[in-house]
Design a binder for this molecule. Structure first.
Ligand code: ZN
Length: 418
Protein backbone atom coordinates (compact mmCIF):
# COMPACT_ATOMS: atom_id res chain seq x y z
CA UNK A 1 0.00 0.00 0.00
CA UNK A 2 2.82 2.35 0.82
CA UNK A 3 4.35 1.81 -2.62
CA UNK A 4 1.08 3.02 -4.20
CA UNK A 5 1.38 6.25 -2.22
CA UNK A 6 4.83 6.70 -3.64
CA UNK A 7 3.57 6.28 -7.18
CA UNK A 8 0.98 9.04 -6.80
CA UNK A 9 2.88 11.39 -4.54
CA UNK A 10 6.56 10.91 -5.40
CA UNK A 11 7.06 14.54 -6.31
CA UNK A 12 5.92 15.83 -2.90
CA UNK A 13 7.87 13.16 -1.06
CA UNK A 14 11.02 14.04 -2.98
CA UNK A 15 10.59 17.74 -2.27
CA UNK A 16 10.11 17.04 1.40
CA UNK A 17 13.28 14.95 1.64
CA UNK A 18 15.29 17.52 -0.36
CA UNK A 19 14.05 20.29 1.89
CA UNK A 20 15.01 18.40 5.00
CA UNK A 21 18.41 17.49 3.62
CA UNK A 22 19.24 21.01 2.48
CA UNK A 23 17.96 22.90 5.53
CA UNK A 24 18.15 20.65 8.55
CA UNK A 25 21.70 20.11 9.88
CA UNK A 26 20.74 16.79 11.43
CA UNK A 27 19.67 15.27 8.08
CA UNK A 28 22.72 16.58 6.29
CA UNK A 29 24.80 14.44 8.60
CA UNK A 30 22.35 11.58 8.85
CA UNK A 31 22.12 11.18 5.06
CA UNK A 32 25.76 12.05 4.31
CA UNK A 33 26.38 8.64 2.69
CA UNK A 34 23.22 8.69 0.60
CA UNK A 35 22.65 10.13 -2.83
CA UNK A 36 19.21 11.56 -2.22
CA UNK A 37 18.79 12.45 -5.89
CA UNK A 38 18.46 8.73 -6.54
CA UNK A 39 15.34 8.42 -4.42
CA UNK A 40 12.69 7.85 -7.05
CA UNK A 41 10.36 5.22 -5.60
CA UNK A 42 9.60 3.33 -2.41
CA UNK A 43 12.47 0.90 -2.87
CA UNK A 44 15.05 3.66 -3.09
CA UNK A 45 13.35 5.60 -0.27
CA UNK A 46 14.01 2.62 1.94
CA UNK A 47 17.74 3.24 1.91
CA UNK A 48 17.10 6.19 4.22
CA UNK A 49 17.91 5.03 7.74
CA UNK A 50 15.16 4.72 10.36
CA UNK A 51 15.08 7.57 12.84
CA UNK A 52 14.67 6.67 16.50
CA UNK A 53 13.45 8.87 19.32
CA UNK A 54 16.80 8.63 21.10
CA UNK A 55 18.54 10.24 18.10
CA UNK A 56 16.23 13.24 18.24
CA UNK A 57 16.90 13.78 21.90
CA UNK A 58 20.61 13.75 21.39
CA UNK A 59 20.81 16.21 18.54
CA UNK A 60 19.02 19.17 20.16
CA UNK A 61 18.06 22.04 17.90
CA UNK A 62 19.98 20.67 14.91
CA UNK A 63 16.78 19.02 13.70
CA UNK A 64 15.03 22.36 13.17
CA UNK A 65 14.97 23.70 9.61
CA UNK A 66 17.14 26.77 8.98
CA UNK A 67 14.17 28.29 7.15
CA UNK A 68 12.36 28.84 10.44
CA UNK A 69 13.06 30.95 13.50
CA UNK A 70 12.84 28.65 16.49
CA UNK A 71 11.24 31.39 18.61
CA UNK A 72 8.27 31.57 16.24
CA UNK A 73 7.54 27.87 16.44
CA UNK A 74 4.94 26.08 18.49
CA UNK A 75 6.30 23.43 20.85
CA UNK A 76 4.55 20.20 21.65
CA UNK A 77 6.05 17.83 24.13
CA UNK A 78 5.99 14.09 24.25
CA UNK A 79 7.79 11.49 26.29
CA UNK A 80 10.86 10.07 24.64
CA UNK A 81 12.26 6.57 24.67
CA UNK A 82 13.83 6.89 28.10
CA UNK A 83 11.01 8.87 29.62
CA UNK A 84 12.78 12.17 29.01
CA UNK A 85 10.70 14.87 27.45
CA UNK A 86 11.05 15.29 23.71
CA UNK A 87 10.06 18.59 22.09
CA UNK A 88 8.31 18.66 18.73
CA UNK A 89 8.42 22.02 16.94
CA UNK A 90 5.76 23.11 14.48
CA UNK A 91 5.16 26.07 12.31
CA UNK A 92 1.89 27.47 13.66
CA UNK A 93 0.14 27.44 10.30
CA UNK A 94 1.28 23.89 9.51
CA UNK A 95 0.11 22.74 12.92
CA UNK A 96 -3.32 24.18 12.23
CA UNK A 97 -3.33 22.61 8.78
CA UNK A 98 -2.32 19.22 10.13
CA UNK A 99 -5.67 18.98 11.95
CA UNK A 100 -7.70 19.81 8.86
CA UNK A 101 -8.21 16.24 7.70
CA UNK A 102 -9.36 15.20 11.16
CA UNK A 103 -12.00 17.92 11.11
CA UNK A 104 -13.09 16.85 7.66
CA UNK A 105 -13.60 13.28 8.82
CA UNK A 106 -15.29 14.31 12.06
CA UNK A 107 -17.74 16.21 9.95
CA UNK A 108 -18.20 13.53 7.31
CA UNK A 109 -18.62 10.64 9.75
CA UNK A 110 -20.30 12.29 12.74
CA UNK A 111 -21.55 15.70 11.66
CA UNK A 112 -19.21 17.56 14.03
CA UNK A 113 -17.76 20.96 13.14
CA UNK A 114 -15.25 23.22 14.88
CA UNK A 115 -18.13 25.48 15.89
CA UNK A 116 -19.76 22.74 17.98
CA UNK A 117 -19.48 22.97 21.73
CA UNK A 118 -16.80 20.65 23.07
CA UNK A 119 -16.37 19.11 26.48
CA UNK A 120 -12.82 17.95 27.08
CA UNK A 121 -10.26 17.29 29.81
CA UNK A 122 -6.90 18.81 30.58
CA UNK A 123 -3.86 17.76 32.58
CA UNK A 124 -2.96 19.51 35.78
CA UNK A 125 0.14 21.10 34.37
CA UNK A 126 0.17 23.20 31.25
CA UNK A 127 2.29 21.35 28.71
CA UNK A 128 4.48 24.21 27.63
CA UNK A 129 5.00 26.01 30.90
CA UNK A 130 4.83 24.95 34.53
CA UNK A 131 1.48 26.58 35.03
CA UNK A 132 -1.14 24.84 37.11
CA UNK A 133 -4.40 24.63 35.28
CA UNK A 134 -7.64 25.54 37.00
CA UNK A 135 -10.17 22.88 37.86
CA UNK A 136 -12.41 24.00 35.08
CA UNK A 137 -11.93 26.37 32.17
CA UNK A 138 -14.31 27.78 29.63
CA UNK A 139 -13.06 29.25 26.37
CA UNK A 140 -15.39 31.53 24.39
CA UNK A 141 -18.35 29.53 25.62
CA UNK A 142 -17.36 26.86 23.09
CA UNK A 143 -14.86 24.63 24.91
CA UNK A 144 -15.39 23.46 28.46
CA UNK A 145 -12.35 21.70 29.87
CA UNK A 146 -12.18 19.80 33.14
CA UNK A 147 -9.01 19.05 35.07
CA UNK A 148 -8.24 15.35 35.14
CA UNK A 149 -6.50 15.53 38.48
CA UNK A 150 -9.79 16.63 40.03
CA UNK A 151 -11.87 14.00 38.27
CA UNK A 152 -12.74 12.04 41.41
CA UNK A 153 -15.64 11.21 43.71
CA UNK A 154 -15.46 14.62 45.41
CA UNK A 155 -15.93 16.53 42.16
CA UNK A 156 -18.07 14.29 39.98
CA UNK A 157 -21.27 16.06 40.98
CA UNK A 158 -19.77 19.48 40.24
CA UNK A 159 -18.49 18.31 36.85
CA UNK A 160 -21.79 16.70 36.02
CA UNK A 161 -23.70 19.90 36.81
CA UNK A 162 -21.26 21.91 34.69
CA UNK A 163 -21.78 19.53 31.78
CA UNK A 164 -25.57 19.91 31.99
CA UNK A 165 -25.28 23.67 32.13
CA UNK A 166 -22.86 23.80 29.20
CA UNK A 167 -24.76 21.41 26.88
CA UNK A 168 -21.80 20.12 24.85
CA UNK A 169 -22.30 18.68 21.37
CA UNK A 170 -19.35 16.34 21.62
CA UNK A 171 -16.74 15.05 24.06
CA UNK A 172 -13.05 14.43 23.48
CA UNK A 173 -11.00 12.57 26.07
CA UNK A 174 -9.14 9.49 27.18
CA UNK A 175 -10.94 6.19 27.72
CA UNK A 176 -10.01 6.01 31.42
CA UNK A 177 -11.42 9.49 32.14
CA UNK A 178 -14.64 8.94 30.19
CA UNK A 179 -15.13 5.55 31.81
CA UNK A 180 -14.88 7.02 35.34
CA UNK A 181 -17.29 9.79 34.45
CA UNK A 182 -19.72 7.34 32.80
CA UNK A 183 -19.57 5.06 35.81
CA UNK A 184 -20.57 7.93 38.08
CA UNK A 185 -23.46 8.86 35.79
CA UNK A 186 -24.78 5.32 35.49
CA UNK A 187 -24.34 4.35 39.14
CA UNK A 188 -26.36 7.39 40.16
CA UNK A 189 -29.01 6.88 37.51
CA UNK A 190 -28.36 10.30 36.05
CA UNK A 191 -29.33 11.48 32.60
CA UNK A 192 -26.84 12.65 30.00
CA UNK A 193 -27.43 15.89 28.08
CA UNK A 194 -29.43 15.38 24.89
CA UNK A 195 -27.17 17.87 23.15
CA UNK A 196 -24.32 15.30 22.99
CA UNK A 197 -24.01 13.66 19.57
CA UNK A 198 -20.58 12.07 19.58
CA UNK A 199 -17.63 11.00 21.74
CA UNK A 200 -14.05 10.73 20.52
CA UNK A 201 -11.47 8.80 22.51
CA UNK A 202 -7.74 9.14 22.10
CA UNK A 203 -4.33 8.58 23.61
CA UNK A 204 -4.95 5.38 25.52
CA UNK A 205 -5.75 1.73 25.05
CA UNK A 206 -9.52 1.40 24.57
CA UNK A 207 -10.86 -1.87 25.93
CA UNK A 208 -14.10 -3.25 24.49
CA UNK A 209 -15.83 -3.14 27.88
CA UNK A 210 -14.93 0.53 28.37
CA UNK A 211 -16.14 1.33 24.87
CA UNK A 212 -19.43 -0.46 25.42
CA UNK A 213 -19.98 1.10 28.82
CA UNK A 214 -19.31 4.66 27.66
CA UNK A 215 -21.50 4.15 24.58
CA UNK A 216 -24.37 2.78 26.65
CA UNK A 217 -24.11 5.61 29.17
CA UNK A 218 -24.21 8.42 26.64
CA UNK A 219 -26.04 6.52 23.91
CA UNK A 220 -24.05 8.16 21.10
CA UNK A 221 -21.50 6.90 18.55
CA UNK A 222 -17.95 6.52 19.85
CA UNK A 223 -14.84 6.71 17.70
CA UNK A 224 -11.28 5.92 18.57
CA UNK A 225 -8.72 8.30 17.16
CA UNK A 226 -5.07 7.38 16.68
CA UNK A 227 -2.31 9.93 16.62
CA UNK A 228 0.80 11.15 18.34
CA UNK A 229 2.32 14.42 19.49
CA UNK A 230 4.80 14.04 16.64
CA UNK A 231 2.15 13.96 13.94
CA UNK A 232 -1.24 14.92 15.38
CA UNK A 233 -4.05 12.64 14.23
CA UNK A 234 -3.19 9.78 11.87
CA UNK A 235 -6.37 7.73 11.85
CA UNK A 236 -9.97 7.87 12.99
CA UNK A 237 -12.68 5.24 13.12
CA UNK A 238 -15.60 5.68 10.79
CA UNK A 239 -19.15 4.83 11.86
CA UNK A 240 -18.53 1.25 10.73
CA UNK A 241 -15.68 0.75 13.17
CA UNK A 242 -12.81 0.88 10.68
CA UNK A 243 -9.92 3.18 11.45
CA UNK A 244 -9.00 4.98 8.24
CA UNK A 245 -5.51 6.31 7.71
CA UNK A 246 -6.88 9.70 6.82
CA UNK A 247 -3.96 11.91 5.99
CA UNK A 248 -1.97 11.12 2.87
CA UNK A 249 0.65 13.60 4.00
CA UNK A 250 1.58 11.35 6.88
CA UNK A 251 3.21 8.31 5.30
CA UNK A 252 2.82 5.18 7.36
CA UNK A 253 5.14 2.23 6.84
CA UNK A 254 4.65 -1.07 8.63
CA UNK A 255 8.00 -2.80 9.03
CA UNK A 256 9.14 -6.02 10.67
CA UNK A 257 11.86 -6.10 13.33
CA UNK A 258 14.53 -6.15 10.59
CA UNK A 259 13.02 -2.96 9.16
CA UNK A 260 11.67 -4.68 6.05
CA UNK A 261 8.09 -4.08 4.88
CA UNK A 262 5.57 -6.68 6.03
CA UNK A 263 2.88 -8.13 3.75
CA UNK A 264 -0.52 -6.45 3.80
CA UNK A 265 -2.47 -7.56 6.85
CA UNK A 266 0.67 -8.47 8.76
CA UNK A 267 1.57 -6.70 11.99
CA UNK A 268 4.75 -4.68 12.40
CA UNK A 269 6.34 -1.51 13.75
CA UNK A 270 4.81 1.79 12.71
CA UNK A 271 7.24 4.15 10.97
CA UNK A 272 5.97 7.57 9.92
CA UNK A 273 7.11 10.35 7.63
CA UNK A 274 5.33 13.53 8.58
CA UNK A 275 5.09 15.70 5.48
CA UNK A 276 2.82 18.09 7.38
CA UNK A 277 5.77 19.47 9.33
CA UNK A 278 8.55 21.29 7.45
CA UNK A 279 9.95 23.09 10.50
CA UNK A 280 11.01 19.84 12.12
CA UNK A 281 10.82 17.15 9.46
CA UNK A 282 10.42 13.60 10.66
CA UNK A 283 11.41 11.09 8.01
CA UNK A 284 11.10 7.36 8.60
CA UNK A 285 10.55 7.93 12.29
CA UNK A 286 9.82 5.01 14.62
CA UNK A 287 6.76 5.98 16.63
CA UNK A 288 6.96 3.10 19.07
CA UNK A 289 3.55 1.66 18.18
CA UNK A 290 2.66 -1.50 16.34
CA UNK A 291 -0.11 -2.07 13.86
CA UNK A 292 -1.15 -3.34 10.45
CA UNK A 293 -2.81 -2.26 7.25
CA UNK A 294 -6.01 -4.03 6.32
CA UNK A 295 -7.35 -3.99 2.81
CA UNK A 296 -10.23 -1.56 2.43
CA UNK A 297 -12.84 -3.59 0.60
CA UNK A 298 -15.37 -0.85 0.03
CA UNK A 299 -15.98 0.26 3.61
CA UNK A 300 -19.63 1.27 3.90
CA UNK A 301 -18.61 4.78 4.90
CA UNK A 302 -17.43 5.27 1.30
CA UNK A 303 -13.94 6.40 2.31
CA UNK A 304 -11.34 4.86 0.05
CA UNK A 305 -8.55 5.56 2.52
CA UNK A 306 -6.63 2.51 3.77
CA UNK A 307 -7.62 0.91 7.06
CA UNK A 308 -5.15 0.83 9.92
CA UNK A 309 -5.38 -1.43 12.91
CA UNK A 310 -3.31 -0.35 15.88
CA UNK A 311 -2.08 -3.04 18.24
CA UNK A 312 -2.71 -2.35 21.90
CA UNK A 313 0.24 -1.37 24.03
CA UNK A 314 3.28 0.59 23.09
CA UNK A 315 6.44 -1.23 22.07
CA UNK A 316 8.22 0.22 25.09
CA UNK A 317 5.63 -1.07 27.60
CA UNK A 318 7.57 -4.22 28.23
CA UNK A 319 7.49 -6.53 31.22
CA UNK A 320 11.01 -7.80 31.88
CA UNK A 321 11.16 -11.44 32.88
CA UNK A 322 13.87 -13.81 34.01
CA UNK A 323 15.00 -16.35 31.42
CA UNK A 324 12.16 -15.36 29.10
CA UNK A 325 11.55 -12.84 26.38
CA UNK A 326 9.89 -9.64 27.60
CA UNK A 327 6.12 -9.52 27.07
CA UNK A 328 3.95 -6.53 26.32
CA UNK A 329 2.29 -5.01 29.37
CA UNK A 330 -1.04 -4.98 27.58
CA UNK A 331 -1.57 -8.47 29.08
CA UNK A 332 -2.50 -6.68 32.32
CA UNK A 333 -5.37 -5.07 30.44
CA UNK A 334 -6.52 -8.48 29.24
CA UNK A 335 -6.41 -9.85 32.81
CA UNK A 336 -8.28 -6.90 34.35
CA UNK A 337 -10.79 -6.85 31.51
CA UNK A 338 -11.63 -10.50 32.08
CA UNK A 339 -12.18 -9.97 35.82
CA UNK A 340 -14.08 -6.76 35.23
CA UNK A 341 -16.57 -8.36 32.86
CA UNK A 342 -17.31 -10.95 35.54
CA UNK A 343 -18.03 -8.37 38.26
CA UNK A 344 -20.01 -5.66 36.52
CA UNK A 345 -17.00 -3.41 35.79
CA UNK A 346 -16.26 -2.91 39.47
CA UNK A 347 -12.57 -2.16 38.78
CA UNK A 348 -12.50 1.57 38.10
CA UNK A 349 -8.74 1.95 37.75
CA UNK A 350 -5.63 -0.18 37.99
CA UNK A 351 -1.89 0.25 37.85
CA UNK A 352 0.88 -2.32 37.74
CA UNK A 353 4.39 -1.36 38.83
CA UNK A 354 7.28 -3.67 38.13
CA UNK A 355 9.56 -2.93 41.10
CA UNK A 356 12.16 -5.57 40.21
CA UNK A 357 12.52 -8.83 38.32
CA UNK A 358 10.63 -10.72 41.02
CA UNK A 359 8.43 -8.08 42.60
CA UNK A 360 5.38 -6.42 41.11
CA UNK A 361 2.81 -4.26 42.80
CA UNK A 362 -0.79 -3.89 41.71
CA UNK A 363 -2.99 -0.99 42.76
CA UNK A 364 -6.71 -1.34 42.31
CA UNK A 365 -9.51 1.12 42.77
CA UNK A 366 -12.81 -0.73 42.94
CA UNK A 367 -16.41 0.22 43.41
CA UNK A 368 -17.66 -2.69 45.48
CA UNK A 369 -15.33 -3.32 48.44
CA UNK A 370 -16.96 -6.63 49.30
CA UNK A 371 -15.35 -8.07 46.16
CA UNK A 372 -11.75 -7.42 47.28
CA UNK A 373 -10.91 -11.00 48.24
CA UNK A 374 -12.47 -12.63 45.23
CA UNK A 375 -10.78 -10.16 42.87
CA UNK A 376 -7.38 -10.99 44.38
CA UNK A 377 -8.11 -14.70 43.93
CA UNK A 378 -9.20 -14.19 40.33
CA UNK A 379 -6.21 -12.02 39.61
CA UNK A 380 -3.77 -14.76 40.64
CA UNK A 381 -5.66 -17.24 38.50
CA UNK A 382 -5.72 -15.02 35.40
CA UNK A 383 -2.15 -13.80 35.73
CA UNK A 384 -1.11 -17.47 35.88
CA UNK A 385 -2.27 -17.84 32.28
CA UNK A 386 0.72 -15.68 31.32
CA UNK A 387 3.04 -17.35 33.85
CA UNK A 388 3.34 -14.09 35.71
CA UNK A 389 3.04 -15.67 39.15
CA UNK A 390 5.95 -18.04 38.79
CA UNK A 391 8.82 -16.82 41.05
CA UNK A 392 7.12 -13.41 41.08
CA UNK A 393 5.69 -11.80 44.22
CA UNK A 394 2.68 -9.55 43.90
CA UNK A 395 1.88 -6.82 46.39
CA UNK A 396 -1.78 -6.03 45.85
CA UNK A 397 -3.36 -2.97 47.44
CA UNK A 398 -6.74 -1.31 47.16
CA UNK A 399 -6.74 2.47 46.91
CA UNK A 400 -9.41 5.13 46.57
CA UNK A 401 -8.06 6.44 43.32
CA UNK A 402 -5.01 6.38 41.10
CA UNK A 403 -4.04 9.88 39.95
CA UNK A 404 -3.70 10.69 36.26
CA UNK A 405 -0.23 11.64 35.07
CA UNK A 406 -0.09 15.40 35.53
CA UNK A 407 1.93 15.97 32.36
CA UNK A 408 0.40 13.59 29.85
CA UNK A 409 -3.11 13.47 31.37
CA UNK A 410 -3.14 9.73 30.78
CA UNK A 411 -3.48 7.03 33.36
CA UNK A 412 -0.29 5.01 33.36
CA UNK A 413 -1.43 1.44 33.71
CA UNK A 414 2.10 0.05 33.72
CA UNK A 415 5.34 1.44 35.14
CA UNK A 416 8.59 -0.47 34.89
CA UNK A 417 11.20 0.56 37.44
CA UNK A 418 13.93 -1.77 36.23
ZN1 ZN B 1 -15.07 3.35 6.84
Amino acid sequence: MISDMFKTDMCNIKNYINNAYNNVPFYQKFYSDIDIDKIVDYDSFRQLPILNKSQLQDSNSSYISKLYNINDLRIGRTSGSTGRILSIYWDKFEFFKSNKELWRYRNQFYGITAADKLLTFHPYLNRDKDIFNPKISLQNNSILSMSLVDLNSINFEFYYEKMLEFEPVWILGTASALFLFSKYIKDNNLKTPRSIKYIELMGEYLSESYRKFIRETFNVPIANQYGSRETNAIGIECQYGNMHHMNKNILVEILNDNDNPVCDGEEGNIIITNMMNNAMPLIRYRLGDRGKYIENNDCKCCSNRPILQITAGRVTDRVILENRDPINAVVFWYVIEKINLKYNLTILQFQVIQESLHLFSLKLSIKDETLENIIVKDFYKEIGVYNLNDKIDWEISFVNEIPFDTKTSKLKYFICKI
